[in-house]
Write a protein that binds this ligand. Structure first.
Ligand code: XUL
Ligand code: CO
Length: 482
């Protein structure tokens, strides 16, 4: 009998609980046979559907009361010249949806999915992958994102770990071929294992730097093999806890060399996917090096890496850095760097990465306005880097969360179309700058507005009249489309 069944019968034992806690961890290299051992996953394999009560999720329109249906996301519908599915390019994040346990720093896991047996074995990894593909098919999402260590357990050596990964990747490849689902991006988990406690590419230990390089090499190969369209570098533990023991310049130089080596290897293996950097200001380190989009851009410029990388903006990371998600998206967009969005949101009263599904329509409209101005995100997309609340423990909640997140962004897209059709807000912005449409404005914008000429103009014009910024009108026009 599986853990979840035991729980349903209200006879959950501490064995079941501790097994689930164990499932959350990466297996340390010196762990004995329990890790990566097929035998530990229990007899037999899963038969039939993983989500028997859940139908294929369809579009039923805004008046539908069916919670297992889309009200706003209609994949094939054309909005602003593109199918909704091509604007959105939604992706399921394997780590939250299939490895999230509900455990937090104060409490044990709360989620006991029926297919989990409490082990981190290869057999469990295969079964979980099958559940994941059924989930995506039922949702109608044709992309997924993964860390190497989410999908396959660590082994005792790098060779064994890579072997485990290869075995699971073969299962994923087969399921991909059957379903036509592909990775939006892959990445390496360079933060959970104790070897990375001081960082990976910014670790002061050269052997750790090398280990991280070997891990990223393999993760790039695997992402390429699975037909991934992008590869992500999230900083993980690349940052510092105190400058008293840190040579920041040396660590940043190392990070740049690491990223350059990744570019070289990507080219060597013929991987044409986009490399993405995902900024975050803090957590787990006190100060992450890729603080926000502007910091990341200046890092790329300093080290001659622009052109090789784009940015994956995560909304919750944006708010942690003291910006709005819209600010981060626009900063990336105007610099030609907007490559992907990790779709989630934080909580206005909480100062950490809560990774909630985005359900705020106003926020989604702002996000989609940047995406539309960017002409879409392809080959990037929207990855739901979001998790159920600890207290949401039904299998159905996994579906409801994604449906709600997808509908919210779809509604944002529809609102942007309304705003564009109406045109009043664009007109307000255009008019605000129309004085620069003059001859002298054009001279300034061409970089030829020297100070003597401008001084002469001021003497001729006298005191300027300054028009209203009309913020309240802008807000009213924006609101009218929601
Ligand atoms: C962590 C985070 C990661 C990256 C991938 O805050 O967002 O899940 O998206 O490593
Ligand atoms: Co993320």
């Amino acid at each position: 009998m599986k853990c979840a069944e035991l729980l349903l019968l209200l006879v959950a034992s501490s064995v079941c609980l501790s097994a689930a806690i164990a499932a959350q961890q990466t297996c340390p290299a010196d762990l004995d046979s329990k890790c990566g051992d097929d035998a530990s996953s229990g007899p037999g394999d899963w038969e039939g559907e993983f989500f028997p009560g859940i139908p294929k999720i369809k579009y039923e329109g805004p008046t539908s009361k069916n919670t297992l249906a889309y009200k706003w996301y209609n994949a094939e519908e054309v909005i602003l010249g593109k199918k909704m599915k091509d604007w959105m390019r939604f992706s399921v994040a394997f780590w939250h949806t299939f490895r999230g346990t509900g455990g937090d720093v104060f409490g044990a896991p709360t989620k006991f999915w029926p297919w989990e047996d409490g082990t981190n074995s290869l057999a469990m990894a295969k079964r979980r992958m099958r559940a994941h593909f059924e989930f995506m098919e039922k949702l109608g999402v044709d992309r997924w994102c993964f860390h190497d260590r989410d999908i396959a357990p660590d082994g005792k050596t790098l060779t064994e770990t890579n072997g485990n990964l290869d075995e699971i990747v073969e299962v994923a490849k087969k399921l991909q071929d059957e379903t036509n689902i592909k990775p939006l991006w892959g990445t390496a988990q360079l933060f959970m294992h104790p070897r990375y406690m001081h960082g990976a590419a910014t670790s002061p230990e050269v052997k750790v730097y090398a280990y991280a390089a070997a891990q990223v090499k393999k993760a790039l190969e695997v992402t390429h093999y699975l037909g991934g369209e992008n590869y992500v570098f999230w900083g993980g533990r690349e940052g510092y806890q105190t400058l008293l023991n840190t040579d920041m310049k040396r660590e940043l130089d190392h990070l740049a060399n690491f990223l350059q080596a990744a570019v070289d290897y990507k080219k060597k293996i013929g991987f044409n996917g986009t490399l993405l950097i995902e900024p975050k200001p803090q957590e787990p380190t006190k100060h992450q090096y890729d603080w926000d989009v502007a910091t990341t851009f200046s890092f790329l410029q300093k080290y001659g890496l622009t052109g090789e990388f784009k940015i994956n903006v995560e909304c919750n990371h944006a708010t942690l850095s003291g910006h709005s998600c819209h600010h981060e998206l626009e900063t990336a967009r105007i610099n030609g760097l907007l490559g992907n969005i990790d779709a989630n949101t934080g909580d206005p009263q909480i100062g950490w990465d809560t990774d909630q599904f985005l359900t705020d329509i106003s926020e989604a409209t702002l996000v989609m306005s940047s995406v539309v101005k960017n002409g879409g995100l392809a080959p990037g997309g929207f990855n739901f880097d979001a998790k159920l609340r600890r207290e949401s423990t039904d299998v159905e909640d996994l579906f409801l969360a994604h449906i709600s997140g997808m509908d919210t962004l779809a509604r944002g897209l529809r609102n942007v179309a309304k705003l564009m059709e109406d045109g009043s807000l664009d007109e307000l912005v255009r008019k605000r700058y129309q004085s620069f449409d003059s001859e002298i404005g054009a001279t300034i914008e061409a970089g030829k507005g020297d100070f003597e000429t401008l001084e002469k103009k001021v003497l001729e014009w006298g005191e300027p009249t300054v028009p209203s910024g009309r913020q309240e009108l802008a807000e009213m026009l924006f609101q009218s489309a929601l």
